[in-house]
Structure formats: C-alpha cells, structure tokens
Design a protein around this ligand. Structure first.
Ligand SMILES: O=C(CO)[C@H](O)[C@H](O)COP(=O)(O)O
Ligand SMILES: [Fe+2]
Length: 220
C-alpha cells in the first residue's frame, strides 16, 4: 500500500520543457494550476549529454513559488554541488545511483542539511541497485527515459520496476516516483503499479489543454 494517505498521485511538472524565457511566470502558473511539487532538472553535460541550469536559477525561482522544490541532479559526483543547491531553496534532492561511488554518504549529506533525499536509477540499471539504501531514502525515482532531454518516449519496462519497488517496499516509507515520457495514457497504469509521484514535462507544458487541464488529465 502507498505511504500516502490516499493514492492520488503527486504531479511534479518538470520545467525542462517550460518557456525558459519566462520561467518565473511558468512556475507560478503550474502551482496555480494545482501542481504541489515542481521538478527541477540539473544537468552538467557530463553525466548526461545536455546542460540545463544550476543553483543560481533555483535560487532566483524560489521566491516565485510555494511548491515543493524537487531537485533531480543529473550530475557526476553531486557532493560538491549539494551545499549550493540546499542554499538555493531546494526541499528534496534526488541523486543518481550511477553518478557517485559514495551513495550512502551523500544521502546522509542531504539529510544532514535538513532535506529529504531521493535516489534515481537509469533505464539500464536494475531495481536491485537501490537495495542498500531503500531503508534510508525518502523517495526513489525510476527514470522511464534515458536522462538528458524532455519529450522522449516512455520505456515500457519501467512499469515493471515500479511494481517491483512497491512489492519490495514493505513497511518502508519511500515515495515511488517516475520521470520521463509520463502522459495521460500511461499515468493510470503507473499509479496502479504503485507510483506515488509522476514527473511530467511535455505533458504539462506542451499538452493540448491549459496547465490545469493537463495536470488533471494526468491524475485521471
Ligand atoms: O529528468 C528528465 C530528463 O532527463 C525530465 O524530468 C523528464 O524528461 C521530463 O520530461 P518529459 O515529461 O517531457 O519526458
Ligand atoms: Fe527529471
């Protein structure tokens, strides 16, 4: 069973596909449209073949939104970056299993700063890679596209990973999150399989309806 009181998924719009020329307006708009979380993708051009933004942009956006700032660090060796991301106003920080050889230590670093910590796995990484830290993390993130870009197609085998994580969770309290290619046509199946939080970039910012309609469509 989900650790959430009800199994209404948290929707976290990813600003990767928002209008970068008007980011403050965009983050206000999705929060007003009903998104409780905002997903901020930090990319270093090394761990992934793309560069997005860093702590300075997060800090500038912070006064424009009361949403939970959920940072997804797609960077190699995130330890050095974490203090500036914390100071910028992050609420939750997710790092990649594949991005560090000191996973346990960095989760502790995030917790010591008073934030919630998450761990992500790429499509090519099995759920078993999370096993040693699932008792200390607040969320796990299943990447359902290869990280680096918005607007990619959902990788179907991610659904099995979500189901496996729910199966393994037992009494632990971590949220199961999914990121990449999440659309109204796969959101219900993801929630049914056990997803508590859905990241959605293009489905929200480039969907057919208003932001409120696009978010409602994901909640089904
Ligand atoms: O981490 C990410 C990419 O690496 C993004 O959060 C993700 O791609 C969201 O965009 P979309 O919903 O369009 O796939
Ligand atoms: Fe992301």
């Amino acid at each position: 069973m989900s650790p959430l009181a009800s199994h209404r998924p948290i929707i976290a719009p990813s600003i990767l596909t928002a209008d970068y020329a008007h980011l403050a307006r965009e983050v206000r708009a999705v929060h007003d449209a009903g998104a409780e979380w905002l997903h901020l993708d930090v990319m270093d051009g090394v761990f992934v073949p793309n560069i997005s933004f860093g702590a300075d942009v997060v800090r500038k956006l912070r006064p424009h939104s009361a949403a939970v700032f959920d940072l997804h660090l797609m960077v190699l060796d995130p330890a050095a970056m974490i203090p500036s991301i914390v100071a910028a106003g992050a609420d939750r920080i997710t790092i990649h299993v594949e991005g560090t050889i000191h996973l346990h230590r960095i989760i502790g670093q995030i917790h010591d700063a008073g934030l919630k910590a998450g761990v992500a796995i790429n499509p090519g990484t099995p759920v078993a890679a999370l096993e040693a830290v699932t008792d200390i993390v607040d969320q796990v993130l299943v990447m359902s596209v290869n990280p680096g870009f918005g607007g990619q197609s959902f990788i179907a085998s991610s659904l099995d990973k979500v189901a496996a994580l729910r199966e393994r969770r037992g009494a632990r309290q971590y949220l199961i999150c999914v990121d990449g290619g999440v659309k109204p046509d796969n959101a219900a199946a993801l929630v049914e399989a056990g997803a508590d939080m859905l990241v959605a970039g293009s489905a929200v910012f480039q969907g057919a309806g208003t932001y409120a309609e696009n978010i409602a469509a994901l909640r089904g």
